[in-house]
Design a protein around this ligand. Sequence first.
Ligand code: GLU
Length: 282
Amino acid sequence: MLITRFAPSPTGRLHLGHAYSAVVGHALARESGGKFLLRIEDLDATRSRSEFVDGIYDDLGWLGLDWDEPVFVQSQRTAAYGAALDALKRQGLAFACFCTRADVAQSLTAPHGDAATSYPGTCRNLPDDPGRRATMPHCWRLNSAKSLEIAGLPSWSETDGQHFVADPREIGDAILARKDAPASYHLSCVVDDAASGVTTVVRGADLRASTPAQRLLQQLLGLPEPTYLHHPLVAHADGRRLAKRDLAPTLAAMREHGIDGRALAARLLDRELPLGFTFIEA
Ligand code: GLU
């Protein structure tokens, strides 16, 4: 059975891009008699707000999208993430990192290096030190070199039949958990996709960059391999991406303007966007 999911973070109101993602995932599931699941990705305690969780339910209802199974709420699943992190530690694939965000940024040679993938390896092979052992690490990271040695290069297929093989530089020593978060996006995503039986990961093309690390984690944790559908993103007509912080028209605002959510969902499925918006590849 085909199982898709919509996994928004409740850090703002949903916009047209979210609606497109939900509509595509919902249609794919419904067309095949499969299931469409909803997951609330609220592990970022400082930015997640309960009013935005309520907003997600309201917006999906307005679009006429229903979901199956109880909603997965990530803040209630910390035990599952802890077990996955422990499994990686037991295999010697996770290491404690004491660098702050600023340390990592400073040590990068590339001026615009992405700290997520350009971690310079500072703490990867630290000698065991009792003093440090008593210190709380800033985060736990994946030893990507060792992981790739064990698992080989990750690859994945898209629903349109395209096959991708990851470039090791896309992976890096990805963060698995932080002092203030029981799991990173990568770790919680693969644990939850597997636990809820997701067969087809539908999400925006901007998240394709996350797929290599996530596929690697799936292999290391012995989790099933989903198929992926990375869809084009909705942007302003001038090419600017929609962002929660830019005053992207929220679905709530569209609803207040009297727009019919179900009619909008039907148009989105035909890849028709309201005036002023366009699709971009990422
Ligand atoms: N929570 C992520 C977001 O809102 C989506 C994660 C995913 O679909 O894998 O961008």
